[in-house]
Design a protein around this ligand. Structure first.
Ligand SMILES: Nc1nc2c(ncn2[C@@H]2O[C@H](COP(=O)(O)OP(=O)(O)O)[C@@H](O)[C@H]2O)c(=O)[nH]1
Ligand SMILES: [Mg+2]
Length: 205
């Protein structure tokens, strides 16, 4: 799946539901526009931003979860493809960035929590950990959130991280991609790249 992937040995991936701002974030990180704001669900293959000379790839994986007008089985297939992609490239992926909509995330998580249901984000967060891929949770659209600390603490709680959120700054990164305010994310990513002995890649963040 996603077999147009350039063959690179170091990769950072963005993953998350549709409409959380992945393409906007991608544009902010690369300076290149990737159809941000286009109809959700239209993009079913990744957007790759490839630095061939540096053997480095930044990938915006397709969004999953509810998308208006997209049938359930298509959504499930997208999620399966994303999961398989991450498994297949676990050795190359140095950081997994889980992008959330800061305003909507807690409600969505709680709506999908139950005896036999685990919310996508919670599942993916555990999945990255199981694969040994450092995860950064980019809590986007913070410009729309007024109860900032309470909101970020609730997200920590849902992910099994003991609040306050401030003690998880290498994991929880409040940002506003649309406003160009992504430094919490770039700093967290830089820390993980440094820990992976990849200071050569700090130039991209
Ligand atoms: N208020 C606000 N809106 C944002 C932010 N980032 C993205 N958006 C908007 O959210 C919508 C979906 O963004 P997009 O990047 O296409 O999301 P994607 O489906 O995850 O790729 C667009 O209308 C963006 O302008 C943000 O930080 N704040
Ligand atoms: Mg997109």
């Amino acid at each position: 799946m996603f077999d147009d992937r350039p063959d690179r040995s170091a990769e950072v991936v963005l993953l998350g539901r549709s409409n959380v701002g992945k393409s906007t974030l991608m544009r902010e990180l690369t300076g290149h526009t990737f159809e941000a704001g286009s109809r959700p669900g239209v993009t079913r293959s990744p957007n790759f931003y490839d630095w061939a000379a540096e053997d480095f790839l930044l990938s915006d994986l397709p969004g999953f979860g509810f998308m208006e007008g997209v049938p359930e089985e298509v959504r499930e297939r997208i999620k399966t493809d994303v999961v398989r992609y991450v498994e297949a490239h676990a050795d190359e992926i140095l950081v997994g960035v889980l992008v959330l909509d800061g305003k909507a995330a807690v409600d969505i998580i709680d709506r999908h929590s139950g005896p036999d249901e685990v919310p996508h984000v919670v599942e993916l967060f555990g999945f990255l950990r199981d694969l040994g891929i450092p995860a950064v949770v980019a809590v986007n659209k913070m410009d729309k959130v007024d109860d900032r600390n309470a909101r970020l603490d609730s997200i920590c709680d849902r992910l099994g991280l003991v609040p306050p959120w401030q003690q998880w700054q290498d994991v929880i990164a409040p940002i506003s991609a649309k406003r160009g305010n992504v430094s919490a994310l770039t700093e967290a990513v830089r820390e993980h790249l440094h820990d992976a002995n990849r200071d050569d890649l700090l130039q991209f963040f």
